[in-house]
Write a protein that binds this ligand. Structure first.
Ligand code: IDP
Length: 225
């Protein structure tokens, strides 16, 4: 990588959410798929029991053969997960570029983030890749969410693995997915205009419709355990 100017990039871009549960990453990802036909792979769709991280990275790598941009949809909330994803994809696709969808988690903002993410997850019940709310008590769900928040390691571009990101898009987990979607598209368009050369840019109505679809029409494919 580093060969092409960002403005000339037309493929091999991996979007890496850095998030906890309920930030809206799957919703934003699905809306991007709907709008631009990008690739999207969710961690919980990994079917193998052993070597799951490697299988996740390999699937994302394979999708880059046909999809110009692929969203690696898992929390990636720890440096070791980000290092594994970046290393394994780079081995398969040396020219891959990584963009962080960085749902900023400042410890000082944790209460506001808790409120936003819990409200969403508890209100929407079963509509989630990691938490099948219907089969768990509210306390169990909150405990799982707290675990992710406790373990969260903020992005640090001054050292590995986070110094590899070609672009970091800072997002606010307390904002609506509609607002975060618009922000991501704006930043991607600004940095990688050639990715959008053959598409008509969505207007407000298109963005609303994509989020509406992501939140209401899409149903996750639950794993069987
Ligand atoms: P995650 O992938 O970060 O864990 P999602 O699954 O996208 O988060 O969202 C968690 C729940 O919140 C889902 O049921 C989703 O439909 C809902 N949701 C996502 N974004 C919004 C929003 O902006 N307002 C209200 N509910 C939302």
């Amino acid at each position: 990588n580093g060969e092409l100017d960002a403005k000339d990039v037309t493929r091999n871009v991996v979007l890496v959410p850095i998030a906890t549960i309920g930030c809206g990453k799957t919703t934003v990802a699905l809306a991007l798929v709907k709008l631009f036909g990008w690739g999207h792979f969710q961690n919980d769709d990994v079917k193998v029991k052993k070597g799951r991280p490697q299988a996740f990275a390999d699937t994302v790598s394979n999708m880059l053969i046909v999809d110009p941009v692929v969203i690696a949809d898992r929390n990636n909330h720890q440096k070791r997960e980000r290092a594994q994803l970046i290393d394994d994809i780079s081995r398969n696709v040396p020219q891959a570029r990584f963009v962080a969808l960085n749902y900023v988690h400042d410890r000082s903002n944790y209460d506001a983030i808790r409120k936003a993410t819990r409200d969403r997850v508890l209100a929407r019940g079963d509509n989630h890749q990691t938490i099948q709310a219907g089969s768990k008590s509210q306390d169990e769900i909150i405990e799982i969410m707290e675990g992710f928040m406790y373990r969260f390691q903020p992005l640090d571009p001054s050292e590995g693995p986070d110094d590899v990101f070609d672009l970091v898009i800072d997002m606010d987990p307390t904002l609506s997915s509609r607002d975060n979607l618009e922000f991501v598209i704006g930043k991607m368009h600004e940095n990688y205009p050639a990715l959008f050369q053959d598409v008509e840019m969505p207007d407000d109505v298109d963005l609303d419709a994509a989020i509406e679809w992501a939140m209401n029409d899409y149903k996750p494919d639950f794993k069987m355990d």
